[in-house]
Design a protein around this ligand. Structure first.
Ligand code: IPE
Ligand code: IPE
Ligand code: MG
Length: 240
């Protein structure tokens, strides 16, 4: 059941779900099985985040750099997308969760593009939590595409360069209309952004845990929210 977000908890959370490969390696399993377990965890965390009362949950599923991995691993990930996209539509509709994709989808196979379109179309009526799925997403790629679109609009006389504000830039990003994350969680201990939401995380609080993504659960999510609650967000100002 979706509850009211506890006082002081972050309404908008972004996650870098990292560590599937290490989880598999620890068990002597192929990396693809780590990814499969990671997808199971994602299903459960979507339910948990929705029950907790989050406004948006943004998850990093595949970066513009992840194409560098072996054809075997990329192929396994694509097959997992095919399978889990359908399941996640069901979970989303059950939980009144709206799905939005960010990233550049034209590089995917036609059936995956169709799956992404279905996720968005079939949950467009939902008005509870918004689940943002970043696949073939890179912050630099997103900013580059936004700059190109603004330049095209300016060349056509639809946009006056003098009038470009931060709001104009934000409105040209894949995340147009979505709130910035309050909290960014990274699993598996790495202290870097890996090209995630470069613009949107400008003032997010960071929380890094050594827990590997397949082992992440609601208790871990709550722990991250509690850590957030204890933070002092100043946004460049001075504490009162
Ligand atoms: C995260 O797990 C999932 C994706 C990047 C697709 P990794 O595959 O990066 O796992 P590690 O970092 O190798 O453990
Ligand atoms: C970031 O994880 C991308 C996703 C979780 C989808 P990576 O595992 O690709 O990041 P690096 O390579 O450790 O920076
Ligand atoms: Mg990784």
């Amino acid at each position: 059941m979706r509850q009211q977000l506890p006082e002081g908890y972050p309404a908008n959370v972004a996650i870098i779900l990292d560590g599937n490969g290490r989880w598999a390696k620890k068990r002597g399993l192929p990396r693809s099985l780590g990814h499969r377990q990671g997808c199971q965890t994602l299903e459960q965390i979507i339910r948990d985040a929705n029950d907790l009362g989050l406004n948006t949950l943004t998850v990093y599923g595949f970066s513009t750099e992840n194409w560098k991995r072996s054809a075997e691993e990329v192929g396994a990930l694509m097959n997992l997308f095919r399978y889990y996209m359908k399941r996640i539509i069901g979970i989303a509709i059950d939980g009144n969760v709206r799905i939005r994709m960010i990233g550049e989808k034209s590089r995917f196979a036609p059936d995956i593009i169709q799956g992404i379109d279905d996720m968005e179309a079939k949950t467009a009526h939902c008005d509870g939590m918004t689940l943002v799925i970043a696949i073939n997403y890179g912050g630099r790629d997103e900013l580059t595409r936004a700059a190109r679109r603004m330049a095209e609009e300016a060349a056509k006389g639809e946009l006056n360069p003098e009038e470009i504000t931060e709001q104009t830039v934000a409105a040209h990003l894949d995340t147009a209309g979505l709130p910035d994350p309050d909290l960014m969680i990274r699993t598996s201990g790495e202290l870097r952004l890996s090209n995630y939401l470069l613009w949107q995380l400008a003032y997010a609080e960071f929380y890094v845990t050594d827990v590997l993504w397949p082992d992440f659960d609601k208790d871990e999510l709550v722990r991250a929210c509690e850590a957030f609650k204890a933070r002092d967000r100043r946004f460049g100002g001075v504490k009162k």
